[in-house]
Write a protein that binds this ligand. Sequence first.
Ligand code: FES
Length: 57
Amino acid sequence: MAPEDVLCDCNRLTHAVVAAAIATGARRPGEVYAACGCAAQCGRCLDIIRAMLAAAR
Ligand code: FES
């Protein structure tokens, strides 16, 4: 996935934005959304965000 690819359509979050949230300390999906100034809506992006969180551990 490229940095500019949108992984959360509801909130228009790109891979780079989510990666930055994780790099600055988000450890759970809710913390990722909060760091991006939004909240989960449909939840379709949760699997990708969880995978990114797991990879960062
Ligand atoms: S795609 Fe992320 S909340 Fe819907």
